[in-house]
Design a protein around this ligand. Structure first.
Ligand SMILES: Cc1ncc(COP(=O)(O)O)c(C=O)c1O
Length: 470
């Protein structure tokens, strides 16, 4: 009989089995093993639960499914959260779209197999070359400001064929206020994104822009990422839906029908970094939206979730290289630090991470006799810490530590200070169900090879100064 485990618990159990696998592969020193190992060349790994990736995307689809039956919904996964080609390819195969915010992300989305009409290009700094490329590809684009719109006018005037496939929207800053993390709050009065709706003359200018351009059919809003409550996000969406209704009333009166057909609600569903549960859920968010902005569901919808789709699929696994007493605490020096968890190192209050302790055989350490630790990374500055004053079982060299919830914006967005190499990333998959809890076996896949020391040196510039024009 198939054995099923509660999904959130399953994630933790599955992680434990994988860590035990890796620990035994690490001592076996078997180069041909199909199980990844931690060794001196790769003392830190990124792990991605591929089944979780698929399950969480399915949860998003289900949460919006009632709407999908009536109006189209495009779930454009935020590339910035997990810019790894094989993972993006999985999303493309699941039918997702991809939200991109730079020329590199745009080309990666194409390379990963997303159809242009499922790619949504957001960026506050699009160059004319990038605008031309996006128009030529026929991707969806959210225009950031009126000057960008003027550039698009000019491009369409000189090359009328560019207008054939393009689907364009305008990004609105609803100016509804900040969430808990100011650096990620994009709906404050003076945020750098979009057109500030409450600014003098802005509403009229947006309406005029739509009236003059029948090809503008979408409005976009993204109030922030992590730290923004569901209700605050819904406030921003309500502002934008009301603007869409106002524009549609005018275009209908002019006999042009409802010009705005689609609302892009951005991403931003927060992630629970304090425990295993995936809360709030996509269904919770849908319920808040239905309550606060029921008119949203009269439109087609685009979503741009990133962190909530992938964070809980990811774990950083490393070993303790050294451990020593220092003042009032014990310091465990590991190979995971600022290069994989940059935000935690620089803004630890905003980005706390859990630390899970395992012995060298990959068995979870029993949480007894806890002592205060700082868990440090390898980089050459004191702030390179994943946790400060954290109560953990005494960590010793050779023990393993796992850092869960790192599947988005962590090891996939490396920071290269000290030339710490980009870490290898491995995906694992067990398939649907297993006969018993002890029976779970995994297949492992290379998601990213990481960098070698030689690669890092090769990337540090030419051997000597070369002529600039070269
Ligand atoms: C425009 C836009 N859309 C989507 C996202 C993804 O947000 P999250 O990963 O919090 O879902 C971001 C994140 O910064 C963003 O800026």
């Amino acid at each position: 009989m198939a054995f099923t485990i509660a999904p959130d618990l399953a994630t933790a159990l599955r992680r434990d089995v994988v860590i035990a696998d890796i620990a035994s592969a690490s001592v076996a020193d078997n180069q041909s093993s199909s199980i990844p190992a931690l060794d001196d060349e790769s003392p830190v790994l990124g792990l991605i639960d591929l089944d979780f990736i698929e399950r969480q995307y399915a949860a998003l689809e289900v949460a919006f499914s009632r709407h999908a039956a009536e109006k189209s919904v495009l779930h454009a996964v935020a590339c910035k959260a997990i810019p790894l080609r094989p993972i993006l390819r999985i999303y493309a195969q699941l039918g997702a779209g991809c939200e991109v915010a730079s020329a590199g992300e745009l080309e990666l989305a194409i390379a990963a197999g997303f159809a242009p009409e499922k790619i949504v290009f957001d960026s506050p700094a699009k160059t004319i070359t990038q605008l031309h490329r996006a128009l030529e590809l026929g991707v969806v684009m959210n225009v950031d400001n009126l000057a960008e719109l003027a550039r698009i006018d000019a491009l369409l005037n000189t090359e009328s064929t560019l207008a054939e496939t393009v689907r364009l929207g305008v990004r609105i800053n609803p100016q509804t206020g900040a969430g808990a993390i100011s650096a990620l709050s994009t709906a404050v009065e003076s945020a750098k994104f979009g057109i500030g709706l409450a600014d003098a003359g802005a509403r009229e200018a947006i309406i005029d822009a739509f009236l003059a351009r029948p090809w503008l059919t979408q409005l976009h809003v993204h109030s922030g990422s992590q730290g923004v409550s569901l209700s605050l996000a819904a406030d921003g969406i309500r502002e934008v839906v009301e603007l869409a209704l106002q524009i549609n009333e005018i275009t209908e009166r002019a006999g042009r029908g409802k010009q705005i057909t689609r609302i892009d609600i951005g991403g931003g569903l927060p992630v629970n970094f304090a425990g295993e549960d995936s809360v709030p859920s996509f269904a919770d968010y849908r319920a808040v939206l239905e309550d606060q902005v029921p008119e949203l569901f009269d439109f087609e919808i685009v979503t741009e979730f990133g962190r909530s789709l992938a964070a809980k699929a990811g774990t950083v696994l490393t070993r303790v290289e050294y451990a020593k007493p220092m003042g009032p605490r014990r310091i465990a020096v590991t190979h995971a630090g600022v290069q994989v968890a940059t935000r935690t190192a620089y803004a630890p209050e905003d980005w706390p991470l859990r630390i899970l302790a395992y012995d060298a055989e990959g068995k979870p350490r029993v949480p007894s006799a806890l002592i205060a630790h700082d868990v440090a990374g390898p980089a050459c500055f004191s702030g390179d810490l994943l946790a400060t004053d954290r109560m953990l079982p005494e960590l010793n060299p050779g023990d393993l530590i796992a850092v869960p919830d790192t599947g988005a914006y962590h090891f996939s967005s490396p920071y290269s200070y000290n030339l710490l190499p980009r870490i290898p990333v491995v995906g694992y998959r067990s398939g649907e169900s297993v006969a018993s809890e002890d029976d779970i076996t995994f297949e492992y896949f290379m998601v990213h090879r990481g960098e070698t020391v030689q690669g890092v040196v090769a990337n540090a510039g030419p051997a000597r100064l070369e002529s600039y024009r070269g």
